[in-house]
Ligand binder design. Structure first.
Ligand code: NAD
Length: 443
């Protein structure tokens, strides 16, 4: 089947590549000329495990093409996927300008019927807006070409995006048209063999399902962080509590890790967008507001520990920082906890020596050259001449470091761990002072 994907970011590039890998003919279109030129030259603009060889293989086979020629892109696909960004506007609402711009591009250029598939995370009612915008342009063009707008939200996780798209837990199809449903089922059939993962529903419910999923996950994290903060004050250990509650199958062990806050391009913006939607409907979303507040506070925790440890005398200190990305296995630093920490440290005259396995270029791009930022090539070199170590991302290579080396290298033998990676008893034995999240009984 012929598919066009607008947007070659984390969602569009992965989904387009995966669709090509099962035999569909895919064109990925983007307005970012450099991105498309890089992709044509075999350079992948994002880090996503397993993506690079898959892009290469499918590009070389001719099933996956890249273009900035939007007219050509519209002509190609019966399916027109919208996978562009929906960043937060100043008031927290999702900014739909990229989505609506693609809708206009499709409407202006289409010569045959199209199924417009919205993969971007968009507020309820956006499919109607897209349909109205396309219809308006078609009327202006004096044509009554047929089109349908489908909501098909994406649930991939950065860092596991290839696998998530190859083996999705569910494929949500929001449509009220049975022919469109059939076509969508055919498109996704290669990913739907083990058991039926397709869930068909009305468009508005599909749009809300995506927000509900992300807000539920964000709620789990903020709930655990609230428990962690209480544990700390009560002299309890949140890690023991986590084991204790996770054993209840109604709760489960997944996604109940306390830490220094959630980040990324999705949870923060999607929680904010749903709050805005609720406010617009005169509904006060008490729970969602609390989820966001707890998270904002949580991102300040490591700095608070650090500042308190030195009784406020932190100017001139040097921090070794391990982990910049908002989570492991990605180079994405959007809304990362590390950024809140780094910026607070700089504000207080603290120098940062940072290492991350994949986000060094991204960090350089965001902050440029600065005297108070050294981006170093290994986790060990980050420790050199540093006063303390801070950990912001739970990359697997940080799990079992050389604690002797850490102790020898640091001026003050302290670790501030935002992801509860180490055993407080072991840290004690090693002669390292250890701060973690909600481990009141242990630190
Ligand atoms: P991204 O910022 O990585 O990529 C978006 C791409 O769209 C960019 O390359 C940009 O140049 C391109 N673009 C903008 N306007 C365009 C236009 N008119 N025509 C063609 N291309 C255009 O975004 P992303 O992380 O892939 O997210 C895309 C959407 O999917 C968002 O709504 C996001 O909330 C949602 N989503 C993201 C994830 C994730 O983990 N990143 C997961 C599920 C859903």
């Amino acid at each position: 089947m012929k598919v066009t994907v607008f947007g070659t970011g984390y969602v569009g590039l992965v989904q387009g590549t995966i669709l090509a890998s099962v035999g569909h003919e895919v064109i990925c279109a983007d307005i970012d000329e450099k991105k498309i030129a890089d992709l044509k030259n075999g350079s992948i603009p994002i880090y996503e495990p397993g993506l690079e060889p898959l892009v290469k293989e499918n590009f070389e086979s001719g099933r996956l093409k890249f273009t900035t020629d939007l007219k050509l892109a519209v002509e190609h696909g019966e399916f027109q996927f919208i996978a562009v960004g929906t960043p937060p506007d100043e008031d927290g609402s999702a900014d739909l300008k990229y989505v609506l711009s693609v809708a206009e591009t499709i409407a202006v250029n289409m010569q045959t019927p199209k199924i417009i598939v919205n993969k971007s995370t968009v507020p309820v009612g956006t499919a109607d807006k897209v349909a109205a915008s396309v219809q308006k342009k078609l009327t202006e063009r004096n044509t009554n070409l047929l089109f349908h707008v489908v909501s098909n939200p994406e649930f991939l996780k950065e860092g596991a995006a290839v696998n998530d798209c190859l083996r999705p837990d569910r494929i949500i199809i929001g449509t009220n048209n049975s022919d469109v449903e059939e076509k969508m089922r055919e498109l996704y059939a290669p990913f739907n063999r083990n058991h039926d993962k397709v869930i068909v529903m009305d468009i508005r419910s599909a749009e809300l399902t995506k927000y509900a999923a992300n807000c539920m996950l964000a709620t789990k994290i903020s709930f655990m962080n609230e428990m962690a903060n209480l544990a700390e004050k009560l002299g309890a250990d949140i890690e023991a509590v986590r084991h204790g509650i996770g054993s209840d199958p109604r709760i489960g062990y997944q996604f109940i890790y306390p830490g220094c806050g959630y980040g990324g391009s999705c949870f923060p913006k999607d929680v904010k967008a749903l709050i805005k939607t609720a406010n617009d409907l005169d509904y006060k979303p008490e729970l969602l507001e609390a989820v966001e507040l707890v998270n904002e506070y949580q991102k300040t925790k490591l700095f608070e520990y650090f500042n308190a440890h030195f009784a406020g005398n932190i100017t001139g200190k040097t921090v070794a920082l391990w982990g910049l990305s908002f989570k492991p296995n990605t180079d994405d630093m959007r809304e990362a906890s590390s950024r809140v920490l780094i910026e607070a440290l700089w504000e207080h005259g603290v120098k940062v020596q940072a290492y991350d396995p994949e986000s060094m270029n991204e960090c350089q791009r965001i902050y440029g050259q600065r005297e108070d930022l050294a981006l170093v090539g290994t986790k060990e070199s980050a420790l050199k001449n540093a006063d303390v170590l801070m950990v912001c991302t739970e990359w697997s290579q940080f799990r079992a470091p050389d604690f002797e080396l850490i102790k020898e290298s640091l001026t003050d033998k302290v670790i501030f761990d935002g992801r509860n990676m180490y055993d407080p008893k072991l840290m004690n034995k090693k002669g390292l002072k250890y701060y973690a999240i909600g481990r009141g009984a242990s630190v």
